[in-house]
Design a protein around this ligand. Structure first.
Ligand SMILES: [Zn+2]
Length: 207
């Protein structure tokens, strides 16, 4: 399971399930405006990646690199076979082996969903973490007024970690048992409601 699955489920369980079970194209998840916002986010992230100074791999390889103190951006994909999770954070603050995940966001203020994403990566990295004295935490790089970014720590509290674990379980349950439609204002559910209303008025009309 990836972070994208968890974020999609958090946004709307029903729309997640329609896409996940192949009944709806993932292209339908976002409105044109939301798609534009997502594209802006990708360009913002690419700009930060491009400006980051390169960091040389030490002789001891990744294990040594991770045990030092670096801010690494554009990192590889990680897997936890034990937790059955896969994902690629935008970066890592290695912090002597703490492996604190970084998410780059093109909005200005920290959102709850940002913390859920960081908590997902915190769990994903738990098998290779060698030091965790600072406690669960991550970092968000948020868009600043002048178009650059600010770097903010995000504490991953026990309630945030518990909510993330519950979401991971909910995604697994959704795949097993399906999801009932709920009252929801997301792009997919609004579109479905319009179709249902149009069908009802058409049926009334032909009667
Ligand atoms: Zn919805």
């Amino acid at each position: 399971m990836s972070k994208t699955d968890v974020v999609r489920y958090l946004r709307c369980p029903y729309a997640f399930w329609l896409v996940d079970s192949g009944q709806l194209s993932s292209a339908k998840l976002l409105s044109p405006f939301e798609e534009q916002l997502a594209q802006d986010g990708v360009s913002f992230e690419r700009g930060i990646f491009a400006a980051a100074p390169p960091i040389a791999m030490p002789p001891g390889g990744e294990a040594e690199l991770f045990s030092e103190d670096h801010t690494l951006l554009d990192v590889r994909t990680f897997r936890s076979p034990r937790l059955r999770l896969i994902g690629r954070p935008d970066g890592l603050v290695t912090a002597s082996g703490s492996l604190q995940p970084i998410e780059i966001k093109s909005h200005r203020l920290l959102k709850h969903s940002d913390c859920i994403e960081l908590a997902f990566y915190w769990l994903l990295l738990s098998d290779i973490r060698t030091y965790g004295a600072a406690g669960p935490m991550g970092w968000v790089f948020l868009r600043a007024e002048d178009g650059s970014f600010t770097r903010q720590p995000a504490a991953l509290t026990p309630p945030v970690l518990a909510e993330t674990e519950a979401l991971i379980k909910a995604v697994r349950d959704a795949r097993r048992y399906g999801v009932e439609p709920v009252i929801c204002r997301c792009t997919v559910c609004r579109g479905i409601r319009r179709t249902v209303l149009a069908l009802c008025s058409f049926l009334t009309f032909i009667r």
